[in-house]
Structure formats: structure tokens, C-alpha cells
Design a protein around this ligand. Sequence first.
Ligand SMILES: [Fe+2]
Ligand SMILES: [Fe+2]
Length: 317
Amino acid sequence: MTLQQIYNLAIQMGIQKDPRGKDRIKKLLVREKEKFKNLKKDEQKEFDKERLFNPYSDTRILYGSPLKKIKRVLVGIDIGVSEVLLAEKLKERKKPIDLIISHHPLGKALAGLDDVMHLQADLLASYGVPINIAESLLERRISEVARTVSPLNHNRPVDAAKLLDIALMCIHAPVDNQVYQFVKKKINQNKPEIVEDILKILKDILEYKEAALLNVGPKLFTGRLERRVGKIALTEITGGTEGSKDIYEKLSQVGIGTILGVHMEETHREEAEKHHINVVIAGHIASDSLGMNLFLDKLEKQGIEIIPCSGLIRIKR
Ligand SMILES: [Fe+2]
Ligand SMILES: [Fe+2]
């Protein structure tokens, strides 16, 4: 596979499992093309043209020729300068790395993280929150995230990859979409009755079983194990990063009893508790590993060797 083919596969898999559905994505891409057409010449120069084909602002090829043939990949949840150096070091062990893949966004994809959060509005609407409320609450949070990521030194690992001439990319929301659908299917199949059942269902998934051995298995963040689950919402698995903390009041009003997420800040947890919502947290790195694994299995089937690093719990299916 070439670097471009790997990138295309990621986008295609992301759209296939996107909670918004294919039609909505199609509409968004058409709108993006119209927006581009209406820009002035100098504005068009600045426009990131990947946006015309790729609905995920947090997923990009950051360095390397798209035509490069890829045989061995170093894959991690977070890639920093140290992992880039690790890739270089692996040459000495006769394992030259053609490409590094990070799950968490880097470079311009990190600077674009806020944009992918719009996905959350559709997700919340699918659980019954009126779209106007979801969009309005998210708008504030999205601009907050945009300001939070703006002072970061986004390009540091990208610069390291350039210096050592190792291709680098990041795949974020498309991978989190895999986790969303995979976990949702498991929950729907097993029909949990009480909160404890959700934890049991999760611990049957190998990545979470492995994480439990590292003391980071699925946990109850608020609520009680013996409570009935009520309506379960998987609103905190995909869509960039944590949404608005004001959403829990609305979720409880539309009848959500339990939230299943991958991580949750204390400020958000307190709000969920205040509104009587049970919160089960599956675990951050294990969830990201699950999503990456579903993608990496496809690469492996194409003859690409995967070397996991930086927290990735590699499990093949
Ligand atoms: Fe993730
Ligand atoms: Fe993550």
C-alpha cells in the first residue's frame, strides 16, 4: 500500500462508521466545495484543500510522499519527538520504519481538532437532544477548544520526522468512529440491565481486559453498580474531545440514564452526577487502542508489518 492508499482507507472507514451517516457527510462535503468556490483567489490559497474530500480535520498526512510504498509502520497513541527518534533507532535493529502513525492529532491536524467536534451535535441529536440546543452548547465549547490548542507547539514531532525523513500521519476521528460502532453493537447485543452489566460487557473486549491488568480498566465514574441503566448514550466516544459540561442537564431531560464514554474530566463528572446520570468510563488509551486495532488489522491483511508503541495495546481480530 502507498501512504495515500492508507490515508484514503482511513477516511473511507471513518465515513462508513460515522454516527452522522453517509448522506450527512456527503452534504457537508458538497457545502465545503461551495464554500471554496465562493472564496477570493488569495483566500483559496490559504484553504486546506484536503477539506474538500476529507471530513475529518484531525486526520492528515503530515509528512511524506503520498506515493511512498509502506511496508513497516510504527504506530502509537501519542507520537512525539521521542517516538520519531525511536523509529530512527529501529533502523539499527534492521527494522527500518516507512511510516509513523499517531492516533492523537499532531501538526495542522491538532490545530484543526475543534472543527471535528461538530460531529457531537448530530450525535446528541440522535439521542434526542434538540439540534438547536446541541449546536448552541457546542459552539461555545468548540471555540474554547480552538483557543486551548492555538498556543501549542503543534509541529514539533512533524519537524523531527522531516529532519529524519520518515513519513508521518495521524488518524483520529475515523478511528474513534470505529470504537463508537463496535462498543454500541456490543451493548445492543447484550442488553445490559444494571450498570454493572455494562462493565462486564466492556471487560469482555480484549483491549479493556488487558487495560484492567494495567489498573486502567473500565470504571464507574458516578452512579451505582446496582442501578438500572435506563437509556444509554454513547455520546463521549467520538467527536474530537470532551464537549460542553452543560449538556448533562439536557441529556437527563431527554431521558438518558447512563453515559458510556472513554474519558471524562472532573467538572463534567460532577455535572452528570448532579443530574442523576450514571457514567461508565471505558478507559482512554484502551479505547483508542481498540479503534486503532480495527484499522490496523486491515493494513496487516495488505502485508504491512505493525510495530506498536506509545501505549497502543495491539490485539488482532
Ligand atoms: Fe481516540
Ligand atoms: Fe484519545
